[in-house]
Design a protein around this ligand. Structure first.
Ligand SMILES: [Ca+2]
Length: 378
């Protein structure tokens, strides 16, 4: 998460337009295949530092606010908090309530936050008749954090029903502890656990490293720096991760729905497709499907979703994302795991901190300043 107020943020905002022509259509991709949707942002609510959203019971969008509240989007904006853990978290550094998720039956609700010690924490609540049952709360997983930044914090239920948890490399800068490549720590990883299969959870038997000595069985994929936002394509089940770069390269990582896990996304040996500080490319490095150079624009990628809604047919199947410092909403057209075009959707959302997807597949843009906007057809 990017709550850093930095010079590069300002520069990034100024320089954004110069490189919009970064289409990477390959020679064998007909130009006519490129589709740039015409969209607009329709503000639907205001919030206080919204960080995450999740489609909830009754088709409502639930919204997490960083200071520790969860509110439900209705016709007149956000309602009163349905959950308030504000006495249990802080908003210093990159901390706070960072992720929320429902299981597929809306029977359980998960929250991801840093506690008062800064420890990454995932808790579970039962949900009955659309309401959180506070007395059922339990802690599923914790991970101590050596530094306040790079907490990751996004959580999602995957197409397989398991809970995926993104954790950053622990923070500071340059991954000083080498966590990204160390399979002995949960830091710098995407985790996959079965929160209902054991106490406090079970590790799925088909996780990639369950039989690897010294490796944490929870790990699904590794070599991540700060996977602030990730999502699964609601149409295909493919996984997309927005991994925030160190100084130079912002990246989007991808894995097909058929993946058995174990991908090494390279950090801290690689920043995007580039060796980091003289790093050596790991043998099985899975390079990003898309990277962009901060010297052109941006400072921190904000991963989004593959659009699967109905309102904007031209956007269907494209991965919508942005950058916290740039704010331009972009989309990736992909085919067989390759990006065939990078589109500028022609709208700037400001300091975009997160995206959300409602039950109909429509997408929402959250800014750190508090606007919640739906991406509508222009
Ligand atoms: Ca990487």
């Amino acid at each position: 998460m990017k709550v850093r107020i930095r010079i590069s943020a300002i520069i990034g905002t100024i320089c954004l337009v110069a490189s919009l022509a970064l289409t990477t259509a390959s020679a064998d991709e007909p130009a006519a295949a490129r589709q740039t949707a015409q969209v607009t942002l329709k503000q639907v609510a205001t919030a206080k530092n919204p960080t995450a959203g999740a489609a909830g019971p009754g088709g409502k969008l639930w919204v997490a606010e960083r200071a520790g509240t969860v509110r439900v989007l209705g016709d007149k904006g956000l309602g009163k908090p349905v959950l308030d853990i504000s006495t249990e978290t802080t908003t210093d550094g990159e901390r706070g309530l960072l992720g929320i998720a429902f299981d597929r039956k809306y029977a359980h609700f998960y929250i991801s936050f840093t506690n008062l010690e800064g420890t990454s924490t995932v808790d579970e609540f039962a949900v009955r008749k659309g309401k959180i049952q506070p007395h059922t709360r339990r802690t599923v997983l914790t991970q101590t954090q050596p530094y306040a930044n790079h907490n990751g914090g996004d959580i999602k239920i995957g197409p397989d029903g398991y809970l995926y948890i993104a954790l950053g490399d622990g923070g500071s800068g340059g991954d000083p502890h080498g966590n990204g490549q160390n399979l002995g720590t949960l830091l710098g990883k995407l985790l996959r656990i079965d929160p209902r299969g054991g106490k406090p959870y079970a590790i799925p038997a088909d996780n990639p490293f369950v039989n690897t000595p010294g490796a944490k069985g929870e790990i699904w994929s590794y070599g991540l720096r700060n996977p602030w936002r990730f999502s699964f394509d609601a149409g295909t089940g493919d996984l997309l991760i927005g991994d925030v770069g160190q100084n130079d390269w912002e990246e989007i990582d991808w894995a097909p729905a058929s993946s058995k896990g174990g991908e090494n996304y390279g950090w801290g040996q690689m920043e995007g497709t580039h060796p980091f500080r003289g790093g050596t490319e790991p043998a099985k490095h899975v390079p990003p499907v898309h990277e962009y150079d901060r010297s052109n624009f941006g400072c921190s990628v904000t991963g989004g979703y593959v659009y699967r809604g109905k309102a904007i047919p031209a956007l269907r199947g494209q991965y919508v994302f942005s950058d916290y410092c740039d704010g331009t909403i972009r989309s990736l057209q992909m085919r067989n795991g390759k990006v065939t075009a990078v589109n500028d959707l022609g709208v700037n959302g400001g300091e975009i901190i997160s995206f959300a997807q409602d039950r109909n597949g429509e997408l929402y843009v959250f800014t750190i300043g508090g606007s919640l906007s739906r991406i509508d057809p222009a």
